[in-house]
Design a protein around this ligand. Sequence first.
Ligand code: NAG
Ligand code: NAG
Ligand code: NAG
Ligand code: NAG
Ligand code: NAG
Ligand code: NAG
Ligand code: NAG
Length: 683
Amino acid sequence: MQELQLLLVLAALVLLSFLSPATSCTEQEKSSLLQFLRELSPDSSSKFSRSWQSGTSCCSWEGIACGSNGTVTELSLPSMALEGPISVSIANLTGLRRLDLSYNSLSGELPPELISSASVAFLDVSFNRLNGELQESSPSLPHHPLQVLNISHNFFAGEFPSTIWEKKSDLVAINASHNTFSGALPSSFCISSPSFAVLDLSYNLFSGSIPAEIGKCSSLRVLKASNNEINGSLSDELFDASMLEHLSFLKNGLEGELDDGPLADGPAHKHTHTLFYLQPNSKQIAKLKNIVVLDLGSNNFIGDIPGSIGQLKRLEELHLDYNRMSGELPSALGNCTNLKIINLKYNSFRGELLKLSPRIGNLKSLLFLSLSNNAFVNIANVIHALKNSRKINTLIIGTNFKGETMPEDIPITDGFQSLQVLSIPSCSLSGKIPLWLSKLAKLEVLDLSNNQLTGPIPDWIHDLNFLYFIDISNNKLTGDLPTAIMLMPMLQPDKVATQLDPRAFEQPVYAGPSLTYGKNNALPAMLNLANNELTGAIPSEVGQLKSLTLLNLSFNSLSGQIPQQLFDLTNLQVVDLSNNHLSGSIPPGLNNLHFLTTFDASNNDLEGWIPAGVQSSYPYDFSGNPKLCDPTLTRTCDSAEAPPVSTLTGEETTPKIVFAIAFGAFFCLGVVYDQAVLSRFFG
Ligand SMILES: *[C@@H]1O[C@H](CO)[C@@H](O)[C@H](O)[C@H]1NC(C)=O
Ligand SMILES: *[C@@H]1O[C@H](CO)[C@@H](O)[C@H](O)[C@H]1NC(C)=O
Ligand SMILES: *[C@@H]1O[C@H](CO)[C@@H](O)[C@H](O)[C@H]1NC(C)=O
Ligand SMILES: *[C@@H]1O[C@H](CO)[C@@H](O)[C@H](O)[C@H]1NC(C)=O
Ligand SMILES: *[C@@H]1O[C@H](CO)[C@@H](O)[C@H](O)[C@H]1NC(C)=O
Ligand SMILES: *[C@@H]1O[C@H](CO)[C@@H](O)[C@H](O)[C@H]1NC(C)=O
Ligand SMILES: *[C@@H]1O[C@H](CO)[C@@H](O)[C@H](O)[C@H]1NC(C)=O
């Protein structure tokens, strides 16, 4: 019995020794850490004065972890608002495996001893203010264990070193994005590090061409070099990096064709896509068989999209926007059935999207399609082909289809069931606002501006429960401003709460260079009906559009008075009523609009006085109203016509309330009210 108890105590002791922070760190380690602390700014070091005490084992200090034998293996102090330099004394921690000082304000150089340390495998100093060139100390060791180096979001400059990676055969990832490195793209990693997988060099000043050595990166999965000054063409060797899943050279100066294999220069290339199916393996881009994201937007690429792209079965995102590419889209694109995002805007693609094959409509995963600013034809075909795409949430196809007619008889019962953004501006489309739009139950953003659409604004518009951004300006729409549009559910906050399906906002909408928004609900609530042929008065129901921030009714033939209810819309930032036939006086309450950046009522027939507190200068414009009197005397009126003080500021309701309170106080409570207040209203 006693023996058993002894055994239990012993077992407990053994267990405790595992749980407690082992044997303590050495004096040498302790002094290295305290030296690091001393070199930080006084503010930063005082943060640890309680935790980092020389009398205790440093293994229990905040941000420190030790191995089982008590060696310091980890120093992890992200987001501690640390300032000052990184002390070289850290390099004396001979068991340190992991160093994370990200999201601080550390400055100075990164000690070269850390990069060529004999122990550090993970080094993250991203999001700091480190500067200087990246260097390593004398590379005397035969092997450096560094696996991950993250120096992104700093001020490092100069050429990216190339030789220092030779002894780092364990290297897996380098993230040097968001610095100001210049010179040639580094490429030697892959020769010495067979497992090298992630290289992020985006947002730097790298120039020159893509080095051939990249092709030797047999494990490279991610290569991001967007926003640099890289030029030349896609090197043949690049396509040998066949494990690539994510390739981004967005915003560089790359040129040439995507696929300049032997066939590309042949005369048949431009028009006969069938050639590619005969010799699919001769095309290089098909070698990137693991590619998921291909982002080559904003370069100078020419030529067409090779049909061999159909072999990229894992492709989810294809960005070729802002290039000089041309030709028709290959039908084989429809073979990339995992495509979620296709962004081809601002090129010279032409032809019928689907003449070759209707398969593009079968891209079951498609969420985002932008084809705007090309020379595509046959809009009816595009709408027909895509209407059954169940997931598509964004369709941006403006500046195409020049002079065609808006397709009207599209049978959509259950189509476009996820569509949130529909943008078809600047196509010179004739016809009416089509009825099938009323079936787009999830629609939030509609842009049909700059077309030749005629007929009235349909009443069914307010059936679109989620629509909050409407641009149908610059058309030839006629008829009255319908009351229906003033009842848009999404623009009325009291109804939004009950009707809004939160899932409607879940799918992020791609932020492209022209429609720059992350989620589409970041767009302002807007009603832009400008430059049409609309007549009649502005309905007083305009006062229901409580969420509206931007209202443009300019360049129409609207008449009648400005409804006072307009000034109930306190979220308004931009109001343009200019170039209509609005008459009567300006109703009180304009001062309620505190967020105004523009209020333009110029070129109408308004009369009376411009309200006090409001001048005919920024952000207000009342010019071109000959009958309007301006208190700033830019246009004088007979002073006898000057309005009484109480109506000047649109606060005429306030005195009534004050009077009621005063009256009540005076008579009901029997309190002698300040006669001065009363006399101000009776006197
Ligand atoms: C770090 O080690 C070097 C030599 O190995 C020594 O001179 C220096 O004093 C040490 N620094 C600290 C803070 O321990
Ligand atoms: C402690 O263990 C590490 C490996 O985790 C080893 O590198 C180091 O030499 C050991 N230190 C001592 C003092 O045993
Ligand atoms: C730095 O980059 C590495 C490798 O890509 C990554 O694991 C780490 O999370 C990054 N650090 C931050 C703060 O993003
Ligand atoms: C590089 O670091 C930045 C900042 O932490 C991050 O946004 C980016 O995703 C990283 N790149 C890779 C390829 O992990
Ligand atoms: C690439 O840019 C460099 C300057 O950075 C220039 O010297 C070189 O001629 C350019 N190469 C090509 C192919 O345009
Ligand atoms: C695309 O798919 C069709 C039908 O499955 C096939 O006949 C054609 O060869 C494929 N094209 C490419 C380029 O993969
Ligand atoms: C309103 O629309 C017209 C016509 O498109 C445009 O000229 C004007 O600048 C717009 N007003 C504002 C304030 O943006």
